[in-house]
Design a binder for this molecule. Structure first.
Ligand code: FUL
Length: 489
């Protein structure tokens, strides 16, 4: 057997020797992943970038943020529920998925959950035959959107809350919500864990909850403070850490009161054991639920753009809450703002000013051409530049076809190989031929948009100052934002 392989072995040794082997010459084995990497589902999730959150339920009608679970079921009485309007608005404004509060802390279920006596089935709405999960999941399919659901573990109505029996009830509740409405892209586990109707608190059986989700919806990304699919960004004001690792070490922590400190959630753990990227959840209004009194407090376009730069532009996914009103429609002010937001993003990011640039790097993985520096300016997410094996401080230079003006620099690491870059600088060549520092930052990740004052130049240089493995970048792009005054500070 060995003898049969001998000539092939000699041949490959000869080829490798003549090409120079790994390290910038000839062809080398493809770059290996570094550290934890995303699953296919996490990668797909991250590429969605912007999703909508919909807080809807009895609180919409009572004006409360947290219902106490004692509200009569008839309180839930939308006068003209139109989930197709939610989905149409989301699709037209560039959002890819929707997450509905199927059950908030009051325990009221927006679908006829057989485990509960506090649901749409006990209400007079649609004669007790209504089902918001059904209507929304159908609308999502119609508009090509992904459907997700929030099912609060904290339940202020369920009489079993505070005993082992509640974990069984909750598992069967998940089972009911996850088996009847088609694919679910994200399951939202809220960390709040207050008292139930009898004053007791619940010890949640997280491993069981995860297991049932995995068995029924293997591609659903599970959100909680600490994952396992994606993590909370540590605040509800709409920003991720300026340094943001998609890795986290969740061992020894629990969602809720036992979660890691807020700055850890914002920044992740540089050498975290698991791939658990950050999700930024924030409301377009002061509260999570719709209130008449907040119709004039909808966030401005500038505020939304700032949130975009501090979430998507900082290696996180943006989950923007836009709560339906008592009709069961997105309010006109909110839907108009979403359209303005989407038009502004289209305008800002429509013209990539790095197009046509000639790109050179101080090192390249090999000479196969597959990992060349030019890959950072093509439109293909799956092509990337890789620096030479062992080189963790390469530079890459962009020579533009002519002088161009921009104030946004977009970088993307090629995530299937893990997150590697820990710090970098960017310089631009000024009129006198001097390199001027325009940015000094830390992580990149899925997407990093650096917001700088206007720069006019023909040449730009990105220097990787620190990386844990040779950098792999899939994109460098330049844009001019004439709408948002936001600058990184
Ligand atoms: C929190 C909840 O207590 C709020 O009501 C809201 O659902 C927010 C998204 O998460 O933990």
């Amino acid at each position: 057997m060995i003898r049969n392989h001998f000539p092939i072995l000699i041949l490959s040794v000869l080829i490798a020797a003549s090409c120079g082997g790994p390290g910038g010459h000839g062809t080398a084995p493809d770059p290996e992943p570094y550290g934890p990497v995303p699953t296919e589902a996490q990668l797909k999730w991250q590429r969605m970038e912007r999703n909508l959150f919909l807080h809807f339920g009895p609180n919409t009608f009572s004006g409360k943020e947290w219902g106490d679970g004692m509200e009569p079921e008839d309180l839930f009485a939308p006068t003209g529920l139109d989930c197709r309007q939610w989905a149409r608005t989301a699709a037209e404004s560039g959002f890819k998925g929707l997450i509905l509060t199927g059950k908030h802390h009051d325990g009221f279920c927006l679908w006829p959950n057989p485990e509960s006596r506090h649901t749409v089935a006990q209400s007079a709405w649609q004669g007790g035959h209504g089902d918001v999960l059904r209507e929304l999941s159908d609308a999502c399919r119609e508009y090509g959107l992904s459907f997700g659901v929030y099912i609060s573990p904290w339940d202020r109505n369920d009489p079993h809350y505070g005993s082992d029996a509640y974990n069984d009830v909750y598992v069967r509740t998940l089972q009911s919500a996850l088996s009847s409405y088609g694919p679910v892209y994200e399951l939202w586990f809220d960390g709040a864990n207050g008292e139930g109707p009898n004053g007791k608190r619940q010890v949640y059986d997280w491993p069981r909850f995860h297991e049932i989700v995995r068995s029924l919806q293997p591609d659903a990304v599970m959100f909680s403070d600490i994952g396992p699919g994606c993590r909370w960004c540590g605040n509800e004001r709409g920003y991720n850490g300026r340094t943001s690792w998609s890795t986290l070490s969740p061992d020894g922590f629990t969602p809720g009161a036992g979660a890691p400190p807020k700055d850890t959630l914002q920044q992740g753990n540089v050498h975290g054991t698991d791939w658990i990227p950050s999700e930024v959840d924030v409301s377009i209004r002061p509260g999570w639920f719709w209130k008449e009194s907040e119709n004039d407090k909808v966030k401005t376009l500038d505020q939304l753009l700032e949130i975009y730069y501090r979430s998507v532009g900082r290696n996180a996914l943006l989950l923007l809450n836009v709560p339906p009103d008592t009709r069961g429609r997105l309010h006109e002010t909110d839907s108009t703002r979403l359209m303005e937001f989407s038009r502004a993003l289209d305008e800002i990011f429509s013209e990539d000013l790095a197009e046509g640039a000639s790109v050179k790097a101080t090192s390249t993985w090999d000479r196969s051409g597959r990992f060349d520096a030019g890959n950072v300016v093509d439109a293909d997410d799956d092509s990337y530049w890789a620096a030479m094996d062992g080189d963790t401080t390469p530079w890459i230079t962009l020579e533009l076809p002519e002088e161009r003006t921009f104030n946004r620099i977009l970088l993307q690491e090629y995530l299937p190989l893990g997150q590697r870059i820990a710090s970098f600088t960017i310089d631009a060549l000024d009129g006198e031929g001097n390199w001027k520092r325009i940015a000094e930052e830390t992580t990149v990740g899925y997407k990093r948009i650096i917001c700088v004052p206007e720069v006019r130049t023909r040449s730009l240089r990105l220097c990787i100052e620190r990386a844990y493995a040779p950098p792999v970048l899939s994109r460098i792009a330049l844009f001019e934002d004439r709408i948002s005054p936001y600058l990184d500070k």
